[in-house]
Design a protein around this ligand. Sequence first.
Ligand SMILES: [Zn+2]
Length: 405
Amino acid sequence: MGFSFSISSEIPGSLGRAGQISTPHGIIQTPAFIPVGTKATVKSALPDSVSDLGAQAVLANAYHLYLQPGPEILDEAGGLSTFMNWSGPTFTDSGGFQVMSLGVGFKKVIDMGGDSLNSDDVIAEKRERLAQVDDEGVTFKSHLDGSMHRFTPEISMQVQHKIGADIIFAFDELTTLHNTRKYQERSLERTRLWALRCLDEHKRLSDERATKPYQALFGVLQGAQFEDLRRKAARDLGSMNSSNIEFDGFGMGGALDKSMLGTIVSWMAEELPVNKPRHLLGIGEPTDLFAGVENGADTFDCVSPTREARTSAVYSSTGRFNVSNGAYKRDFSPIDEKCSCYTCAHYSRAYLNHLFRAKEILGPTLATIHNLHFTVSLVDQMREAIHRGDFFEFKAEFLGRYLSR
Ligand SMILES: [Zn+2]
């Protein structure tokens, strides 16, 4: 079984659509939120729980799995899905984001090298430069033990083929909103040339490993907040063909000014081929999910629901709150009366409050199940609204309640 994408409903007057992605490990109804399992595990949750809460697929990080346990181990195990006991579709990102951002507390430190002092250098000033980008690839320091490593487009493809996810991403250079326009232009050209090399290496590896399940390769679009660069990236990668293959879909990545999220997604969606899926990387807040879906993004991933759950921050239909707060000590209602998740069916805010205060492991587990269900189910409801034809009514009703707190 290969890879395909079909559209079944559209939002009239906008770029949004609902459809389905078919992969060798199953089908994803879109739009869909994809939980992140960075190191081949959704932190604190059993795969059965992740499946029961409604998740259709999970996304792991090539950078983390490359460093630990190493892609060879996943290859020997039969690929990511078998290794982690997740029977559904899987994604891996290219490692591009992590090699350029990790080790400095998610501050995006990029050494452009060569040029005299400008704003691109100021970003890296006074911080240890953990990644050196050149036209061939990126040399970086492991955040685990400080050892030196190098990723190139070819190495990223080799790592992702060994990990074996159904959907993999091309290696791209991450920029920040603070890089100069001149640097964004140079970086975009570098990412374009890397995309060609990813297609070539992906074709070579797919032929060499022809007995393995088909892996779909998504090109990654950068261009920060510049309309002409975002549109150029979408046109370049949207029509790119090398070694006689094209990208199966596209990732919308990089620095995004959140207040312009919907507009930036629409620039790319207007230029991209209609019949290929689009994944919006690293987006998961409710307002951003609506903006993404409305403007033509099909799938999303984000660490926020799980990361925040571990700090006792929980989502509800009337906004987010911290369940470890003293106000919930004697609150025997569920996190959200409207929620149908396992946690809300069986546990009270008071019990979660107790678990977090007592530092019990079950606290993060129950909060993770709820936050993931909330986010997955929100995008599921958007999909149903697109099919029904009342997306904007659902959006107004949901956000009216959610932002009321
Ligand atoms: Zn719940």
